[in-house]
Design a binder for this molecule. Sequence first.
Ligand SMILES: O=C(O)c1ccccc1NCC(=O)[C@H](O)[C@H](O)COP(=O)(O)O
Length: 229
Amino acid sequence: MSPPIRQESRFPVPGGERLRTRIKFCGFTRSQDIEGAARLGADAIGLVCVPGSKRELSAAQAADLRASVPAFMATVLLLSNADEKRARATIEMVMPDFVQFHGQESASFCASFGRPYFKAVAMRTADDVRQAARLHPEAAALILDSHAEGGLGGTGQTFDWSRIPQDSGKPFLLAGGLTAANVGEAVRMVVPYAVDVSSGIETSPGYKNFEKMKAFVEAVRLADAEMQR
Ligand SMILES: O=C(O)c1ccccc1NCC(=O)[C@H](O)[C@H](O)COP(=O)(O)O
């Protein structure tokens, strides 16, 4: 197994590395599922406003769901190659804590909405990560995912985690095909700032399963505990 890929976190923990892997659950369509994610201690939920997604929400639907997100849980709005007018209208309606840009958006476009943002990286090579970090200096984090460039996320497919460089240049969320069965290995091997999952906690697209979410959280917490020993 490759050595752990350690990364400098943007939020260093005094006296050492970060002690807990953050968790983003993505692709919600029901408020009761968001409530379940909050009960389990997920750090963030993702709302997908991307045409063609099996989890697509209208801006109004996303705004309604955002209203059900409790305190101390972040809301991430997902957009992909939306034009400026549609992006601005959706962001102003949903008022997310973060915007996740999943297409070929420029740094100036992403930063123009005045909200912290994540930039998704279609993971082919280590240079994809380094280039994204260079092109998006203001991004709060990168999301390293298995989708094809310009393609939809939420694929349920992993990518080769050994492609992730040790010098990622920014904190990143690891995404793509994660499940309760493989996320422990991913955390131990990659040591991401956060993990991001959609398909692996569903019974069908957009319908999250509490027991799958619970098992996923437990697997992440176990991996974190093992790394602290
Ligand atoms: O989830 C979607 O349907 C989606 C559609 C279009 C753009 C992005 C999308 N999701 C992005 C995410 O952040 C997912 O959580 C990520 O791709 C991981 O998905 P999965 O492999 O299903 O766990």
